[in-house]
Design a protein around this ligand. Structure first.
Ligand code: NAD
Ligand code: DAU
Length: 392
């Protein structure tokens, strides 16, 4: 029997915190106090970003299995998302780059990780259009380095631990390109047809992950998920941008005709899908994850405006929808995404808990209650981005 619970390992004892640990300090702390435990520990990359921080928080709310959280803290990463874990010994935050292979190797050696859950990426399509270089560096080269470190580590494990090890790659539905109105939703067998530098970089990373399974036998799992929304999403993405602009009385920018369709999924449901795949997914398999919740962008924005009208009416009584402004379209803008999630539901029993309506209401309330967080992340470089992309 090679279950993860049987594997012995040494865990670093540095008290978990949402802090900033340099690679050198990380290695030193790792040897500070050694305790032998059963191996139930995961390495999360990008765990200070939107989905990654939701995943880490949900994970530690549901299990005592410790997390090593590796994040470079780009503009999109924020340790404040993890404030709820301050002083929690089950969480160890390490600031670093997934492309730093020596750091990866030392983290894996020091922690005897049983699974890697790989979120770290450059994730914003518009930024990839302005500057694709970072997307190649992190999404392709970074994933390659992580795979190399994982392969070296996994190859040296005892057989039972090798069998139990998993590399879960978190990917996107954008790798499949775009759908026309009557097309069936994307499924695991769709052809790869990425249309933006972001989508192309994620497609390349998916191919590398697949190749490492086929060639070396690395036990990988890939998820391709649709659009997420919920707490701690950086306000460059449609839903938090609209909420922030509406509350500030600024225009609500709709690209093109606003009829592009996305399949929206509450972030907590994506996190639960990842947990299902990690625990029960078959190595080498791909799982499509989606909310069966196709909405046109203009309808998403109208819904947000309606919720805000009820929750936080404007002082002058005008509806938030009066701020809607049509702007120049995104180059190469994909028309429609939709996911057929029947495989993960049938094989692993996963289903979303939130509907579009309940998830949107929760999300608006979260942003209303966390305007200090929004103010914090929308200072500095964020303002430069808005000026560059929307023209002032
Ligand atoms: P995000 O941009 O909010 O967070 C990305 C995180 O990765 C940040 O904390 C950032 O600091 C970190 N990071 C970036 N480069 C790094 C590097 N080189 N080394 C270490 N850390 C680095 O992204 P997100 O929306 O949370 O997306 C997470 C993952 O899920 C991505 O791989 C993305 O492609 C995928 N995904 C996102 C969505 C969505 O709707 N947001 C949907 C499907 C899949
Ligand atoms: O489909 C999954 C993908 O969803 C993830 O892989 C990406 O990481 C994530 O960013 C998201 O990509 P999108 O490009 O779909 O998300 P975004 O929030 O940027 O845009 C959603 C839709 O809204 C899209 O059709 C573009 C449109 N939009 C976006 C912005 C920022 C606007 O109309 N106006 C805007 O100002």
């Amino acid at each position: 029997m090679g279950g993860p619970a049987e594997v012995r390992y040494i865990i670093a004892s540095r008290p978990g915190l949402a802090g900033d640990v340099t690679p050198t300090a990380a290695a030193g702390h790792a040897r500070h106090r050694l305790t032998e435990l059963h191996a139930r520990m995961i390495l999360v990359t990008g765990g200070a970003g939107f989905i990654g921080s939701n995943f880490v928080l949900d994970w530690l709310a549901g299990t005592d299995e410790p997390v090593v959280n590796l994040d470079k803290l780009t503009y999109a990463g924020n340790v404040r998302n993890l404030d709820g874990l301050a002083g929690d010994a089950r969480h160890r935050f390490v600031r670093g780059d997934i492309a730093d292979q020596p750091l990866l190797e030392s983290l894996l050696a020091d922690h005897a990780v049983r699974a890697i859950v790989h979120f770290a990426a450059e994730s914003h399509v518009d930024r990839s259009i302005h500057g694709p270089g970072d997307f190649v560096d992190t999404n392709i080269v970074g994933t390659f380095r992580l795979l190399e470190a994982a392969r070296a580590y996994w190859s040296a494990l005892p057989q039972a631990s090798r069998d139990a090890f998993r590399f879960l790659h978190v990917s996107t539905d954008e790798v499949f390109g775009t759908l026309a109105a009557g097309d069936p939703p994307f499924s695991e067998t769709n052809q790869y047809l990425p249309n933006s530098p972001y989508a192309a970089s994620k497609a390349a990373s998916d191919h590398l992950v697949r190749g490492y399974h086929h060639t070396y036998g690395l036990p990988v799992l890939t998820t391709n998920c649709s659009n997420n929304y919920g707490p701690w999403q950086f306000p460059e993405k449609l839903i938090p941008l609209i909420i922030a602009n509406a509350l500030a009385g600024k225009p609500l920018p709709i690209y093109g005709d606003g009829q592009q369709i996305r399949d929206w999924l509450y972030v907590g449901d994506h996190c639960s899908a990842i947990r299902h795949v990690l625990e029960s997914g078959r190595a080498g398999e791909v799982y499509c994850v989606g909310g069966s919740s196709e909405k046109a962008n203009i309808d998403v924005v109208q819904t947000l405006c309606g919720i805000l009208d009820a929750e936080r009416p404007r002082a002058d009584g005008t509806p938030y929808a009066s701020l809607i402004t049509y702007v120049k379209d995104r180059p190469g803008h994909d028309r429609r995404y939709a996911i057929d999630a029947r495989k993960i539901t049938a094989e692993l029993g996963w289903q979303p808990a939130e509907t579009f309506e309940t998830g949107m209401r929760r999300t608006v309330r979260w942003y209303l209650d966390h305007q200090d967080w929004v103010a914090d992340v929308t200072s500095g470089g964020y303002r430069d981005w808005i000026a560059k992309h929307y023209g002032g």
